[in-house]
Design a binder for this molecule. Sequence first.
Ligand code: AMP
Length: 215
Amino acid sequence: MRIVLLGAPGSGKGTQAQRLQSEFGIPQISTGDLLRQAVADDTPLGQAAKAAMDAGELVSDEIVLSMIKARIAEPDAATGFVLDGYPRNEAQAAALASVLEEIDQPLDCAVLMDVDFDILMKRLTGRRTCSVTGKLLNVYFSPQAELDACIEAEGELLQRADDNEDTIRNRLEVYSSQTAPLIEHYRGLGQLRVVSAEGDIDAVYQRLTAALSSA
Ligand code: AMP
């Protein structure tokens, strides 16, 4: 299974990609995660990407393409992958298509995780990661017991550097102007599936797997 998860920041792509990874044994490939790791490791690539990430802008197509190419070539991606956060504009979609054509592994489909714009803000401003377990949580939506479990494990609820209001607003604008056109791109190719990504994480996951099994 080779799929792209499309959707605005906060639409739950990362959460659902992690579930697909554990259920289907195919890796979640998140350019955002790869870039954050490069920034944390202070690599030349991370240094080149940091300013754009802090501002909520897109990092250059060349940088993300080199990362994606290397990651897709790793052995664990041989049987498939879930792309989370890539492609993010038309040029990246074209680059991805030619990389996959070269290795004769076309996409099965692109799934749009559809969420009302108003809900996205709460999801993004409330988003936290437990420093001990790595679990993704939300101070507005997670059960209190899950938030308490992180604190009891002596963890901290960490907020991503780019989850502040100004950067979030910019990331949503970048999504609308540059990434949302990919919805029509994949629809035109007959590869688009649309999943309502509002409500309970389990319910969204069920809708997602149902959409994938019809792909
Ligand atoms: P994400 O975790 O997917 O929301 O990505 C966080 C940030 O990393 C984005 O706001 C961009 O600055 C950068 N980024 C992630 N994926 C891409 C991509 N495919 N193209 C360009 N920049 C990206």
